[in-house]
Design a binder for this molecule. Sequence first.
Ligand code: AMP
Length: 541
Amino acid sequence: MLGLMQDWPLLIHRVIDYAATQHAKREVVSRSVEGPIHRTDYASIRLRSLKLAQRLERDGIRFGDRVATLAWNTWRHLESWYGITGIGAIYHTVNPRLFEDQIVFIINHAADRILLLDLTFVPLVEKLASRLPTIERFVILTDAAHMPQTSLKNAVAYEDYINEADGDFRWASFDENTAAGMCYTSGTTGDPKGVLYSHRSNLLHAMMAVAPDYFCLSAMDRVMPVVPLFHANSWSLAFSAPMVGAALVMPGPKLDGASVHSLLEDEGVTMSAAVPTVWLGLLQFMQTSGKKLSTLKHVGIGGSACPRIITESFETQYGVRVTHAWGMTELSPLGSFCAIKPETAALEGKALYDLKQKQGYAPFSVEMKIADDSGRSLPRDGKTFGRLMVKGPSVSKGYYGIDAAILDEEGFFDTGDVATIDENGYMLITDRSKDVIKSGGEWISSIELENLAVGHPDVAEAAVIGIAHPKWDERPLLVIITKPDRALTKDEILAFMSGKIAKWWMPDDVVFVDEIPHTATGKILKTALREQFRDYRLPTA
Ligand code: AMP
């Protein structure tokens, strides 16, 4: 017997319809690419996304077609997601930090028909355009006054483009499992792979994310997604903020400490989310300028392990609650949050910050386990390392255009991360499976060593890789960038780390460098680092 409830498919445009009805005047503030601060609201965003939908349809964009965006977080980028998905087309966010060949690869692989791009990226796209045969038109996210001279095919200023439509348009109606968005993995090994979100997966994911123990959003919040819309779906915020009527503050292209700080303060931001590097920049800026935070209450941090120094500084010096989260493009992307449960509520001081180093527990809609190489579940004892496996309605079951099974027989997706899970369900990422250091048959967590090293006041960034060793198979090498004008020696950093980890985890050597290679989403590119130190001989070898 079926239930007697209405059939109300979970479609993305319902979010902006809702925000425009219940929270019509709630602000969407952006630092525009042109420079000035721009202010609008959900009612206007909805009208403009209807115009875009209408205009795209007039250009022949149909159900299932891909429309790419190469853009910073602004109101135009936000409304483009609603406009594109409102006709059953698919937004494809392209990460401008990818290598040029990867940008070409993913646009061709997705066969995008239109590219919406910010002024910033016009020179880059002009250079690549001859290699993008599927793109029929380039829409530049600006107005006529700022429109540059360009060789791009059928180029038009976005404001002119949408104003050719009047917005008297009805959203299309279709099944909630229809594809809505597309984001390619950053491709640290091999070609990037296309992850294809559905309307249903995006909405269930956003409904999960707003809950009090996770991003904890309400109509009283002013939310700043520093995390780009092109980085794994902006961690849900483009949907979850309007879904509860929270105001949005979009930082545009300026993500340095001073710019982030001024927007947080000027716009009264209460909640924000970004990768650790952004927060390091902000904290360093506040340290040197003596500036404080007067409205920010809560930050979500993820994308890579959040160094303890960030969590402690935010919470103890600035009174800002930190929620450490883990996720990946394939999970829409949120997979766990380090929130307090009654079992952990009594922790304080060092024990509390030990807990907050963990990536946390899975929310409802994410099933999580650790398994050995044969797929057998491993105990939740906080010690046993295993492959982190997940399952749920916002977890990928395949990659776009690749005909290969990616789930095990029980439907779990292997995240490629190695983790422990403790008796209270808190998960700790110890490594990417390819980065874990295998020493004498045991595993050493490169992430734990890196976190420890960046806790030294003279260290700006640290990376740890395994180097071949005749007796132990592999041993850790610590690679360090020191802060400007600081002198640090190998003995000093090793003395700082000593006693804080098992003796056999101590790096066998330390090298100081000027640069550490990064992926397009700001993670340390370990493959490149291993290549750089391929012939390195440890003093202990
Ligand atoms: P991406 O798909 O580019 O977002 O990368 C996902 C990967 O980033 C995960 O599989 C993890 O290896 C890493 N990652 C994300 N969040 C965290 C976190 N909080 N701590 C450690 N690693 C993380």
